[in-house]
Design a binder for this molecule. Structure first.
Ligand SMILES: Cc1cc2nc3c(=O)[nH]c(=O)nc-3n(C[C@H](O)[C@H](O)[C@H](O)COP(=O)(O)OP(=O)(O)OC[C@H]3O[C@@H](n4cnc5c(N)ncnc54)[C@H](O)[C@@H]3O)c2cc1C
Length: 350
């Protein structure tokens, strides 16, 4: 029989809620593991890495990518085990009912006394361009997100999509790019009215009622050189020579875990109906971040942090009922003594 270590806390999801849960779980001296489907930590913030974030308490504005970097560093303070590229597919109770077992897509099992569901709105994957062979250009000039505006400086860029993100990216890139084209299959864009109006002022050329038909490779086959578009009304085809193509066709959302798990957690259509201290209807399973709903819920990264600390405190008491209801503040917490010494040494050596 396989020997599985039983963790105190297993966090499903490595976004803001999961990362702060991992930090706080370490602060409460629990053996912690994070399981994340994507090959990276950071969650939904990867959708807007270049956007400035202003509303996280105590932090001056910083781009999403920088916030991810800081959240990941903080989440790893107490060295939780991190399992990436792994989708949790179901949660069951152990035979002796002493703990939970998480099953994953790769066939692995993870054993844990408590679980924190920090799964956001589920697994998000960008809706891919439905053209055969398109994926080979993803390593060069076919993009599903804008990681840095600088990447598109002085470039001719074609953006496909009509929603808020597509319009927003077109406006953001226009002042830096050589030329921005925005194509959408319908004859009207869905983005915010003011942003749509700004497109004109920014010199974005609209190609409405048109769709991408073919991506034609450069001579060395390494990248997209030309895009063939088709007018949806007249079926006429026309070509554009481009440096980069950005696809913004929305996201596919996978919420299989909560729908299919043997253990049933009380939910509304999309969220867990929990308490304001992050408990779910199942003892031992807690929730944090966008997946959690309660009366005082704050749907911001700041709110995810509060849920996370609450979830961890409840998990601690679930394992050890006489444990304190919350952790010691960090400023006076002995756990940080050694780390503080190192930080101070570095500060004063410069
Ligand atoms: C465009 C945009 C802009 C935003 N701007 C701001 C802003 O300026 N300020 C602000 O406070 N908030 C902002 N938000 C909201 C903020 O991003 C979310 O509130 C926050 O990311 C929620 O964190 P989370 O950890 O709950 O979920 P997520 O960030 O969604 O992370 C959940 C993680 O769980 C993983 N996961 C899900 N299911 C499984 C599974 N079965 N197995 C393994 N892993 C799984 C996912 O892959 C994902 O990485 C914005 C959101 C968007 C979309």
């Amino acid at each position: 029989m396989e020997n599985h270590e039983v963790y105190d806390v297993t966090i499903i999801g490595g976004g803001p809620a999961g990362l702060f849960s991992a930090f706080y779980s370490g602060l409460r001296e629990m053996k912690t593991k994070i399981i994340e489907y994507q090959p990276f930590l950071g969650g939904k913030v990867h959708v807007y890495p270049e956007k400035m974030i202003w509303d996280v308490g105590g932090l001056t504005p910083m781009p999403g990518a920088k916030l991810i970097e800081q959240m990941v560093a903080q989440g790893q303070t107490f060295q939780p085990d991190v399992v990436l590229n792994e989708k949790v597919t179901s949660i069951v109770r152990s035979e002796e009912d002493t703990h939970f077992i998480l099953h994953t897509l790769s066939g692995e099992q993870h054993h844990s006394k408590t679980i924190i569901l920090a799964v956001g709105g589920g697994i998000l994957n960008p809706t891919k361009l439905d053209i055969e062979g398109a994926e080979r250009f993803e390593v060069t000039n076919l993009h599903y997100t804008v990681k840095s505006i600088a990447r598109f400086k002085d470039k001719t860029v074609l953006i496909s999509g009509g929603g808020h993100s597509a319009v927003d990216w077109a406006n953001e890139l226009a002042p830096f790019a050589e030329k921005v084209y925005l194509t959408y299959r319908k004859d009207e864009l869905k983005g915010h009215e003011a942003d749509v109006t700004r497109l004109k002022a920014n010199g974005v050329e609209l190609l409405l009622s048109a769709s991408i038909k073919t991506l034609v490779a450069t001579e060395d086959h390494s990248a997209i050189g030309t895009v063939l578009l088709e007018s949806n009304d007249s079926k006429e085809e026309f070509e554009l020579t481009v440096d980069d193509v950005i696809i913004s066709h929305g996201y596919d959302r996978d919420t299989e875990l909560l729908k299919k798990s043997e253990i049933k957690i009380e939910m509304n259509e999309y969220q867990i109906l929990g308490s304001s201290s992050s408990e779910t209807s199942v003892p031992g399973i807690f929730a944090a971040g966008d997946i959690l709903h309660h009366d005082g819920k704050l749907h911001l990264i700041a709110g995810a942090f509060q849920d996370a600390a609450n979830a961890v405190n409840k998990a601690k008491q679930f394992i050890k009922p006489d444990a304190h209801g919350y952790g010691m503040v960090s400023s006076h917490n002995d756990l940080f003594k050694e780390k503080n010494r190192e930080i101070l040494k570095e500060l004063y050596s410069n």
